[in-house]
Design a binder for this molecule. Structure first.
Ligand code: ADP
Ligand code: ASP
Ligand code: MG
Length: 469
């Protein structure tokens, strides 16, 4: 296929140091040499986002000395990368990086003075990671004779709601991004957009949730009606399991938008869970490609799933650090209002529900929520429900899910799942199957999640050995 416009996204590893950034820039120029226009979207250098979160937390607790030490170390890293990419000490890039670090230092000092870290100030601080790596990508591209210009997410036109930490693009975003970036492209300029961030209508910096640079790339893909969005990764694409846990995991050639969303939602860190939402309607394909093997096709994400005979399940994923909350009591028995008030309380608190299960007698309702939301969930339920009801929590739980469109209407899939869990001694705490039949998820004890993942991966024959053997 011949392309005219691609959006290319580079994550933290691909922006890790000067050499990695130069290699990423070379992947962009490869396409530009073929007369393809490219919009580049970049993440922070690997580890920088976590470092910024730590800096913000130190300032809030009054430890400004540690915060400043970390900022200094980070600044050295950005300067070193700029130098590796050929920037002179008095160059515009070095000056820009110095100024950004100074603004960051001031923002962190403000948090220290107030001893208060609001979601809004956390977003301002954490988005510096992407803002600082964008000039480095421009520098690398300029070094390859590509005329590049870097912009923040807000400058690129991404306008979001005010859910700081998990903001979503507003509908006007798409027209704005189109207006702003088309100008660059028609002038022969390659835009380099700082991922993960946007701005609110009041001009405050917001972030799109962890892993949000994938989301930035697809938002831009939709706005410009790109031919494809390419997310360059440090793995072959979406794999049949987390390759750090299952050595035998293999690349999945084709996934539908629905399948990849389920995978990302149930913990496959390789893609932001909402990344496919912007491109779904227009059917723009997303490719996940390995930056160290650019000729390998990777994973193609498209509207329709691919049915592979005898392979109803395509991947197994898991979410760790989950809490199970169970509401019990005679009052739950046959009273739909109780269920309604459970959901109302959770919605009010904006809590992510990973699984819900209700016994058919309606004498209890169990909910799986991220461990970090457990405290708020308990509080919301205890204050929102009648005191006759009992609310209990169980911590250190994991949710394991199998995903694949071929499970629909296929008998024996659950039997195989439960048999493989039972034979490896894994106790199932809760079960749920989505109405779409794209996944079956189970809650298990946290300590058993890797054993369970390996067993299930093997039982469904998902590994490389199963294919070649
Ligand atoms: P990037 O910064 O490029 O977005 P991430 O680190 O966010 O990269 O995501 C890629 C990582 O996701 C891989 O290195 C891998 O360890 C992890 N991962 C977890 N589950 C999967 C999976 N099913 N397929 C591929 N990678 C996975
Ligand atoms: N840098 C951000 C994160 O670590 C966004 C991303 O990498 O996509 O979450
Ligand atoms: Mg990521």
């Amino acid at each position: 296929m011949s392309y005219s416009l691609l959006v290319m996204k580079f994550g933290g590893t691909n922006m890790g140091d000067g050499a990695a950034i130069r290699h990423s820039a070379s992947l962009v120029t490869r396409s530009i040499k073929e007369e393809i226009k490219v919009v580049v979207v970049v993440s922070a250098m690997a580890g920088v986002t976590n470092q910024l979160l730590k800096i913000a937390a130190s300032a809030e607790t009054g430890d400004i000395a540690s915060a400043n030490d970390e900022i200094a170390a980070m600044r050295t890293r950005h300067f070193t990368a700029a130098q590796e990419l050929g920037a002179a000490p008095d160059s515009d890039t070095v000056r820009e990086i110095r100024e950004m670090h100074e603004t960051l230092r001031q923002a962190v000092y403000g948090v220290y003075l107030l001893r208060e870290l609001t979601p809004r100030s956390r977003d301002l601080i954490v988005a510096f990671g992407e803002r600082l790596s964008a000039p480095l990508m421009s520098l690398a591209l300029e070094g390859m004779q590509v005329h590049a210009k870097h912009v923040s997410g807000g400058e690129a036109g991404i306008l979001t709601d005010s859910h700081f930490g998990n903001a979503k693009p507003l509908p006007q975003t798409y027209e704005r991004v189109k207006d702003r970036l088309t100008g660059f492209l028609s002038a022969g300029v390659t835009p380099v957009v700082a991922g993960f961030m946007g701005e609110t209508e009041k001009g405050a910096t917001s972030t799109l949730g962890r892993g949000g640079t994938d989301f930035t790339a697809t938002i831009i893909g939709k706005a410009l009606s790109a031919d494809e969005v390419w997310a360059w990764k440090d793995v072959d694409g979406v794999m049949s399991a987390d390759p750090r846990v299952v050595k035998d995991a293999q690349n999945i050639e084709i996934l539908s938008y629905g399948e990849v969303m389920e995978l990302a939602y149930f913990g496959a860190k390789v893609l932001h869970p909402l990344a496919v939402t912007p491109i779904k309607e227009s059917g723009i394909p997303l490719r996940l490609k390995n930056s160290t093997d650019p000729d390998f096709a990777g994973t193609l994400v498209q509207p329709e799933p691919q049915h592979i005979p005898d392979r109803p399940v395509k991947a197994v994923t898991s979410i760790k650090n989950v809490s199970l909350i169970t509401v019990t009591g005679a009052g739950v028995l046959g009273v739909p209002e109780v269920i309604a008030s459970v959901f109302t309380a959770l919605a009010r608190e904006n809590i992510t529900l990973l699984m819900v299960s209700q016994s058919s007698s309606m004498s209890n309702v169990s909910l799986a929520v991220p461990g970090s939301d457990a405290g708020r969930t308990l509080q919301a339920l205890r204050s929102g429900l009648s005191s006759e009801l009992n609310v209990e929590e169980q911590n250190d739980v994991a949710v394991l899910a199998i995903v694949g469109s071929g499970m629909r209407g296929q008998r024996g899939v659950s039997a195989k799942l439960f048999a493989s869990l039972a034979s490896s001694g894994v106790n199932v705490l809760m079960i749920s199957q989505g109405g779409s039949e794209l996944n079956i998820s189970v809650a298990i004890e946290g300590g058993q999640v890797d054993t369970a993942t390996l067993a299930v991966h093997q039982a469904f024959g998902l590994g490389r050995a199963a294919v070649s053997g």
